[in-house]
Design a protein around this ligand. Sequence first.
Ligand SMILES: [Zn+2]
Length: 159
Amino acid sequence: MNENHEALCECIDQYLDDELDQTARTEFERHLNVCPDCQAYLEAYNHLLQTLDQCARGVTLPDDVDLKIRHEILRELGQSQHPSQIMDIEELARFLAMPVPEIVKLLDQLPSFELGGRIRFRRDRIIAWLEERERKMSWERDQANFQTKQKLIRFPGGQ
Ligand SMILES: [Zn+2]
């Protein structure tokens, strides 16, 4: 197999994810017609997707399934999950990978609302809040760096 052939085999993930442009896609499809490896990969992939489709989630994949294919399938499943927009505190704790008592400490900062006497969180608001926090923290870090640099400028030679 020449290098070009192998390079085309490498494209299969992008092909399956529909990430190739028109030219690359056509080129890959031409390659697919003549490449038994890619044909087998595609067939196994499609077969597994169908199986998973029928079984929905919670499926255990057979052990002999190629690791690369497993990876693709799991990614596919991850993308097809539609997490609910509204979370309760347990769901938020899972979402943020933090214990509930830690979330409780943050309650006055977290964007939340009350519904029927229970506290609820909107996923998009939480994400926006996280992004804001991230921005602020990196800004504070930049400030600290800046101050360190200023000191270095003011006291050359490190007094
Ligand atoms: Zn190939």
